[in-house]
Design a protein around this ligand. Structure first.
Ligand code: PAP
Length: 329
Protein backbone atom coordinates (compact mmCIF):
# COMPACT_ATOMS: atom_id res chain seq x y z
CA UNK A 1 0.00 0.00 0.00
CA UNK A 2 2.87 2.30 0.74
CA UNK A 3 4.10 1.90 -2.83
CA UNK A 4 0.73 2.83 -4.18
CA UNK A 5 0.30 5.80 -1.93
CA UNK A 6 3.72 7.06 -2.92
CA UNK A 7 3.06 6.67 -6.59
CA UNK A 8 -0.28 8.41 -6.29
CA UNK A 9 1.27 11.25 -4.39
CA UNK A 10 4.06 11.56 -6.86
CA UNK A 11 1.82 11.85 -9.86
CA UNK A 12 -0.15 14.70 -8.55
CA UNK A 13 1.78 17.13 -10.28
CA UNK A 14 9.74 -7.07 -36.51
CA UNK A 15 6.29 -7.62 -35.00
CA UNK A 16 5.11 -11.12 -34.32
CA UNK A 17 2.75 -12.33 -36.95
CA UNK A 18 1.58 -15.75 -35.82
CA UNK A 19 -1.28 -15.67 -33.39
CA UNK A 20 -1.07 -18.62 -31.01
CA UNK A 21 -4.12 -17.95 -28.90
CA UNK A 22 -7.38 -16.11 -28.93
CA UNK A 23 -7.12 -15.43 -25.19
CA UNK A 24 -7.35 -11.67 -25.63
CA UNK A 25 -10.74 -11.83 -27.28
CA UNK A 26 -11.96 -14.42 -24.87
CA UNK A 27 -10.74 -12.46 -21.89
CA UNK A 28 -12.50 -9.35 -23.12
CA UNK A 29 -15.80 -11.16 -23.13
CA UNK A 30 -15.61 -12.41 -19.59
CA UNK A 31 -17.77 -10.68 -17.01
CA UNK A 32 -15.83 -9.04 -14.21
CA UNK A 33 -17.36 -11.29 -11.55
CA UNK A 34 -15.76 -14.39 -12.94
CA UNK A 35 -12.76 -12.68 -14.48
CA UNK A 36 -10.05 -13.75 -12.08
CA UNK A 37 -10.96 -17.43 -12.28
CA UNK A 38 -11.42 -17.31 -16.02
CA UNK A 39 -8.11 -15.53 -16.60
CA UNK A 40 -6.28 -18.09 -14.48
CA UNK A 41 -7.88 -20.85 -16.54
CA UNK A 42 -6.92 -19.19 -19.82
CA UNK A 43 -3.32 -18.75 -18.75
CA UNK A 44 -3.13 -22.38 -17.63
CA UNK A 45 -3.86 -23.46 -21.22
CA UNK A 46 -1.05 -21.44 -22.81
CA UNK A 47 2.08 -23.22 -24.08
CA UNK A 48 4.70 -23.39 -21.31
CA UNK A 49 8.43 -23.74 -21.28
CA UNK A 50 11.05 -24.01 -18.59
CA UNK A 51 14.60 -22.83 -18.93
CA UNK A 52 14.87 -19.54 -17.11
CA UNK A 53 14.57 -19.23 -13.36
CA UNK A 54 10.87 -18.78 -13.93
CA UNK A 55 8.53 -20.74 -16.12
CA UNK A 56 7.27 -18.71 -19.08
CA UNK A 57 4.11 -19.02 -21.16
CA UNK A 58 3.69 -18.06 -24.79
CA UNK A 59 1.07 -15.36 -25.05
CA UNK A 60 0.49 -13.66 -28.40
CA UNK A 61 4.01 -14.66 -29.52
CA UNK A 62 5.78 -13.38 -26.40
CA UNK A 63 7.26 -15.46 -23.58
CA UNK A 64 6.03 -13.96 -20.34
CA UNK A 65 5.78 -14.98 -16.68
CA UNK A 66 2.25 -16.45 -16.30
CA UNK A 67 1.46 -14.13 -13.39
CA UNK A 68 2.28 -11.13 -15.55
CA UNK A 69 0.14 -12.52 -18.38
CA UNK A 70 -2.71 -12.57 -15.91
CA UNK A 71 -1.95 -8.94 -15.12
CA UNK A 72 -1.91 -8.07 -18.82
CA UNK A 73 -5.24 -9.79 -19.40
CA UNK A 74 -6.76 -7.85 -16.52
CA UNK A 75 -5.43 -4.64 -18.00
CA UNK A 76 -6.91 -5.57 -21.36
CA UNK A 77 -10.34 -5.95 -19.84
CA UNK A 78 -10.31 -3.18 -17.26
CA UNK A 79 -7.64 -0.52 -17.84
CA UNK A 80 -8.95 2.91 -18.78
CA UNK A 81 -6.28 4.91 -20.60
CA UNK A 82 -6.14 8.67 -20.11
CA UNK A 83 -5.09 11.33 -22.59
CA UNK A 84 -2.24 12.48 -20.33
CA UNK A 85 -0.83 9.08 -19.29
CA UNK A 86 2.94 8.70 -19.49
CA UNK A 87 4.03 5.08 -19.86
CA UNK A 88 7.67 4.02 -19.52
CA UNK A 89 8.41 0.82 -21.41
CA UNK A 90 11.32 -1.44 -22.22
CA UNK A 91 12.44 -5.01 -22.44
CA UNK A 92 13.46 -6.13 -18.94
CA UNK A 93 16.97 -5.12 -17.86
CA UNK A 94 17.25 -2.31 -20.37
CA UNK A 95 17.13 0.64 -17.99
CA UNK A 96 13.64 0.74 -16.47
CA UNK A 97 14.85 1.66 -13.00
CA UNK A 98 16.93 4.53 -14.36
CA UNK A 99 14.10 5.77 -16.57
CA UNK A 100 11.64 5.61 -13.66
CA UNK A 101 13.97 7.78 -11.59
CA UNK A 102 14.53 10.27 -14.42
CA UNK A 103 10.89 10.63 -15.47
CA UNK A 104 9.75 10.91 -11.86
CA UNK A 105 12.33 13.59 -11.08
CA UNK A 106 11.68 15.59 -14.24
CA UNK A 107 7.89 15.60 -13.98
CA UNK A 108 7.88 16.30 -10.23
CA UNK A 109 10.63 18.90 -10.04
CA UNK A 110 8.31 21.77 -9.21
CA UNK A 111 6.97 19.70 -6.35
CA UNK A 112 10.17 18.26 -4.92
CA UNK A 113 13.43 20.13 -4.64
CA UNK A 114 16.69 18.25 -4.93
CA UNK A 115 17.42 18.50 -1.20
CA UNK A 116 17.28 15.93 1.56
CA UNK A 117 13.54 15.37 1.29
CA UNK A 118 13.48 14.26 -2.32
CA UNK A 119 11.46 11.00 -2.55
CA UNK A 120 14.23 9.30 -4.54
CA UNK A 121 16.48 9.52 -1.51
CA UNK A 122 14.10 7.44 0.58
CA UNK A 123 12.17 5.35 -1.95
CA UNK A 124 13.26 2.84 -4.56
CA UNK A 125 12.46 4.02 -8.12
CA UNK A 126 10.42 0.83 -8.55
CA UNK A 127 8.17 2.08 -5.73
CA UNK A 128 7.74 5.54 -7.17
CA UNK A 129 6.55 4.41 -10.60
CA UNK A 130 4.48 1.26 -10.60
CA UNK A 131 4.65 -1.46 -13.20
CA UNK A 132 1.17 -1.85 -14.63
CA UNK A 133 0.98 -5.62 -15.07
CA UNK A 134 2.99 -6.58 -12.02
CA UNK A 135 1.74 -4.88 -8.88
CA UNK A 136 -1.65 -6.45 -8.54
CA UNK A 137 -2.99 -9.92 -7.97
CA UNK A 138 -6.67 -9.57 -8.63
CA UNK A 139 -8.91 -7.53 -10.83
CA UNK A 140 -10.13 -5.52 -7.86
CA UNK A 141 -6.59 -4.40 -7.16
CA UNK A 142 -6.45 -2.80 -10.58
CA UNK A 143 -8.62 -0.08 -9.08
CA UNK A 144 -5.48 1.54 -7.72
CA UNK A 145 -4.61 2.54 -11.29
CA UNK A 146 -7.95 4.26 -11.53
CA UNK A 147 -7.36 6.02 -8.23
CA UNK A 148 -4.10 7.62 -9.33
CA UNK A 149 -4.48 11.32 -10.08
CA UNK A 150 -3.59 12.60 -13.54
CA UNK A 151 -1.15 12.75 -15.12
CA UNK A 152 -0.23 9.17 -14.30
CA UNK A 153 3.35 7.99 -14.58
CA UNK A 154 3.27 4.24 -15.19
CA UNK A 155 5.63 1.56 -16.43
CA UNK A 156 5.36 -1.75 -18.23
CA UNK A 157 7.38 -4.38 -20.07
CA UNK A 158 4.36 -5.20 -22.25
CA UNK A 159 4.94 -5.29 -25.99
CA UNK A 160 3.01 -2.52 -27.75
CA UNK A 161 0.75 -5.08 -29.42
CA UNK A 162 -0.52 -6.23 -26.02
CA UNK A 163 -1.53 -2.77 -24.80
CA UNK A 164 -5.13 -2.50 -23.65
CA UNK A 165 -7.34 -0.95 -26.30
CA UNK A 166 -7.85 1.84 -27.04
CA UNK A 167 -4.11 2.21 -26.70
CA UNK A 168 -2.99 5.09 -24.50
CA UNK A 169 -1.22 6.77 -27.40
CA UNK A 170 -4.35 6.64 -29.53
CA UNK A 171 -6.01 9.06 -27.12
CA UNK A 172 -3.07 11.40 -26.48
CA UNK A 173 -0.87 9.54 -24.00
CA UNK A 174 2.88 9.22 -24.48
CA UNK A 175 5.30 6.34 -24.28
CA UNK A 176 9.03 6.39 -23.56
CA UNK A 177 10.85 3.23 -24.68
CA UNK A 178 14.41 2.33 -23.68
CA UNK A 179 16.33 -0.15 -25.79
CA UNK A 180 19.68 -1.66 -24.79
CA UNK A 181 22.42 -3.70 -26.41
CA UNK A 182 20.99 -7.23 -26.13
CA UNK A 183 24.30 -8.78 -25.12
CA UNK A 184 24.42 -6.56 -22.03
CA UNK A 185 20.72 -7.18 -21.48
CA UNK A 186 21.04 -10.95 -21.37
CA UNK A 187 24.06 -10.73 -19.06
CA UNK A 188 22.09 -8.42 -16.78
CA UNK A 189 19.09 -10.77 -16.83
CA UNK A 190 21.20 -13.79 -16.08
CA UNK A 191 22.74 -12.19 -13.00
CA UNK A 192 19.34 -10.91 -11.87
CA UNK A 193 17.69 -14.31 -12.35
CA UNK A 194 20.48 -16.04 -10.44
CA UNK A 195 19.83 -13.73 -7.52
CA UNK A 196 16.16 -14.46 -7.08
CA UNK A 197 15.88 -17.81 -8.79
CA UNK A 198 18.17 -19.95 -6.69
CA UNK A 199 21.42 -19.44 -8.58
CA UNK A 200 22.74 -21.14 -11.69
CA UNK A 201 21.09 -24.40 -10.67
CA UNK A 202 17.74 -23.05 -11.82
CA UNK A 203 18.95 -20.59 -14.45
CA UNK A 204 21.60 -22.67 -16.17
CA UNK A 205 24.92 -21.29 -17.24
CA UNK A 206 25.29 -18.05 -19.15
CA UNK A 207 25.96 -19.83 -22.43
CA UNK A 208 22.64 -21.66 -22.35
CA UNK A 209 20.88 -18.46 -21.29
CA UNK A 210 22.34 -16.69 -24.34
CA UNK A 211 21.29 -19.58 -26.61
CA UNK A 212 17.68 -19.44 -25.49
CA UNK A 213 17.69 -15.63 -25.57
CA UNK A 214 18.83 -15.70 -29.21
CA UNK A 215 16.06 -18.17 -30.02
CA UNK A 216 13.59 -15.59 -28.72
CA UNK A 217 12.94 -17.45 -25.51
CA UNK A 218 13.50 -14.96 -22.70
CA UNK A 219 11.20 -13.00 -20.38
CA UNK A 220 9.10 -10.75 -22.65
CA UNK A 221 11.09 -12.11 -25.60
CA UNK A 222 11.71 -12.29 -28.50
CA UNK A 223 13.88 -9.28 -27.71
CA UNK A 224 14.06 -7.68 -31.16
CA UNK A 225 10.37 -8.07 -31.95
CA UNK A 226 9.63 -6.22 -28.71
CA UNK A 227 12.03 -3.38 -29.67
CA UNK A 228 10.86 -3.22 -33.24
CA UNK A 229 7.20 -2.84 -32.38
CA UNK A 230 8.04 0.36 -30.52
CA UNK A 231 10.75 1.49 -32.95
CA UNK A 232 8.45 1.32 -35.96
CA UNK A 233 5.69 3.19 -34.20
CA UNK A 234 8.13 5.81 -32.90
CA UNK A 235 9.12 6.61 -36.48
CA UNK A 236 5.55 7.21 -37.63
CA UNK A 237 4.40 8.79 -34.35
CA UNK A 238 7.43 10.56 -32.92
CA UNK A 239 5.19 12.87 -30.88
CA UNK A 240 3.73 9.83 -29.12
CA UNK A 241 6.66 7.47 -28.65
CA UNK A 242 10.16 8.51 -27.69
CA UNK A 243 12.61 5.71 -28.51
CA UNK A 244 15.86 5.94 -26.54
CA UNK A 245 18.94 3.76 -26.25
CA UNK A 246 20.62 3.03 -22.92
CA UNK A 247 24.07 3.47 -24.49
CA UNK A 248 23.20 6.91 -25.94
CA UNK A 249 21.82 8.01 -22.59
CA UNK A 250 24.99 6.85 -20.86
CA UNK A 251 27.24 8.70 -23.28
CA UNK A 252 25.40 12.04 -22.99
CA UNK A 253 22.89 11.92 -20.12
CA UNK A 254 22.30 15.68 -19.91
CA UNK A 255 21.34 15.93 -23.58
CA UNK A 256 18.90 13.05 -23.14
CA UNK A 257 17.40 14.44 -19.96
CA UNK A 258 16.67 17.69 -21.80
CA UNK A 259 15.13 15.73 -24.68
CA UNK A 260 13.10 13.61 -22.28
CA UNK A 261 11.78 16.66 -20.43
CA UNK A 262 10.71 18.21 -23.73
CA UNK A 263 8.89 15.03 -24.76
CA UNK A 264 7.17 14.78 -21.37
CA UNK A 265 5.90 18.35 -21.86
CA UNK A 266 7.97 19.54 -18.93
CA UNK A 267 10.78 21.35 -20.78
CA UNK A 268 13.54 23.06 -18.82
CA UNK A 269 13.36 26.84 -18.92
CA UNK A 270 16.39 28.88 -19.95
CA UNK A 271 16.83 29.80 -16.32
CA UNK A 272 16.77 26.15 -15.28
CA UNK A 273 19.38 25.29 -17.88
CA UNK A 274 21.52 28.20 -16.68
CA UNK A 275 21.11 26.90 -13.13
CA UNK A 276 22.20 23.47 -14.36
CA UNK A 277 18.99 21.74 -13.28
CA UNK A 278 19.33 19.05 -16.00
CA UNK A 279 22.76 18.22 -14.56
CA UNK A 280 21.16 17.96 -11.11
CA UNK A 281 18.60 15.50 -12.45
CA UNK A 282 21.36 13.40 -14.01
CA UNK A 283 23.34 13.40 -10.78
CA UNK A 284 20.40 12.46 -8.58
CA UNK A 285 19.39 9.60 -10.89
CA UNK A 286 22.88 8.31 -11.61
CA UNK A 287 23.79 4.71 -10.89
CA UNK A 288 26.44 5.87 -8.44
CA UNK A 289 23.99 8.00 -6.45
CA UNK A 290 21.03 5.63 -6.44
CA UNK A 291 22.96 2.43 -5.83
CA UNK A 292 24.64 3.99 -2.80
CA UNK A 293 21.41 4.93 -1.06
CA UNK A 294 20.26 2.91 1.90
CA UNK A 295 16.72 2.91 0.47
CA UNK A 296 18.03 0.96 -2.53
CA UNK A 297 20.37 -1.35 -0.66
CA UNK A 298 18.34 -2.69 2.23
CA UNK A 299 15.09 -4.56 2.24
CA UNK A 300 12.86 -6.27 -0.22
CA UNK A 301 10.62 -5.07 -3.00
CA UNK A 302 7.61 -7.35 -3.14
CA UNK A 303 6.59 -7.86 -6.73
CA UNK A 304 3.69 -10.24 -6.80
CA UNK A 305 2.52 -13.41 -5.09
CA UNK A 306 5.55 -15.14 -3.58
CA UNK A 307 8.17 -13.53 -5.83
CA UNK A 308 10.16 -11.27 -3.56
CA UNK A 309 13.17 -9.30 -4.78
CA UNK A 310 15.96 -7.55 -2.95
CA UNK A 311 15.94 -3.83 -3.64
CA UNK A 312 19.64 -3.98 -4.41
CA UNK A 313 19.03 -6.47 -7.24
CA UNK A 314 18.07 -3.60 -9.55
CA UNK A 315 21.54 -2.06 -9.26
CA UNK A 316 24.42 -4.26 -10.39
CA UNK A 317 27.04 -2.48 -12.53
CA UNK A 318 25.21 0.03 -14.72
CA UNK A 319 27.82 0.08 -17.48
CA UNK A 320 27.94 -0.30 -21.24
CA UNK A 321 29.72 -3.35 -22.67
CA UNK A 322 29.78 -5.59 -19.60
CA UNK A 323 29.15 -8.60 -21.87
CA UNK A 324 32.81 -8.45 -22.92
CA UNK A 325 33.78 -9.38 -19.37
CA UNK A 326 31.69 -12.55 -19.65
CA UNK A 327 33.08 -13.83 -22.93
CA UNK A 328 35.26 -16.45 -21.30
CA UNK A 329 32.49 -17.76 -19.02
P1 PAP B 1 13.95 -4.26 -14.61
O1 PAP B 1 13.65 -4.62 -16.02
O2 PAP B 1 13.94 -5.46 -13.69
O3 PAP B 1 13.13 -3.14 -14.10
P2 PAP B 1 16.12 -2.52 -15.30
O4 PAP B 1 16.13 -1.39 -14.35
O5 PAP B 1 15.50 -2.29 -16.63
O6 PAP B 1 15.49 -3.80 -14.59
O7 PAP B 1 17.60 -2.98 -15.60
C1 PAP B 1 18.57 -3.14 -14.62
C2 PAP B 1 19.87 -2.68 -15.22
O8 PAP B 1 19.93 -1.26 -15.20
C3 PAP B 1 21.07 -3.17 -14.43
O9 PAP B 1 22.11 -3.33 -15.39
P3 PAP B 1 23.39 -4.26 -15.13
O10 PAP B 1 22.91 -5.57 -14.64
O11 PAP B 1 24.05 -4.36 -16.48
O12 PAP B 1 24.24 -3.53 -14.15
C4 PAP B 1 21.29 -2.00 -13.49
O13 PAP B 1 22.57 -1.99 -12.92
C5 PAP B 1 21.06 -0.85 -14.43
N1 PAP B 1 20.74 0.40 -13.75
C6 PAP B 1 19.98 0.57 -12.64
N2 PAP B 1 19.93 1.86 -12.29
C7 PAP B 1 20.69 2.54 -13.17
C8 PAP B 1 21.05 3.92 -13.33
N3 PAP B 1 20.61 4.84 -12.48
N4 PAP B 1 21.84 4.26 -14.38
C9 PAP B 1 22.30 3.33 -15.23
N5 PAP B 1 22.00 2.00 -15.15
C10 PAP B 1 21.21 1.61 -14.12
Amino acid sequence: MQRRAMAAQATEEGSPTTDTTSSYDEAAAISSASQDTAITALVSKLPRREGWSQELVLYKNYWINPLFVQGIMRLQTSFKPRHDDIILTSNPKCGTTWMKALAFTITNRSRYEFGNNHPLLSHHPQELVLSMEIHHDTNDELNYLEALPSPRLLATHMPLSLFPQPSSIAIGGRIVYVCREPKDTVVSWWHFANKFGGGEQSTGNLESAIDTFIQGFSPYGPFWEHCLEYRRQSITSSDKILFLKYEDMMSDPVKHVIKLAMFLRAPFSTKEEEDRVPEEVVRLCSFEKLSGLRANQKGETIRTHDVVLDKSAFFRKGVVGDWVNHMSE
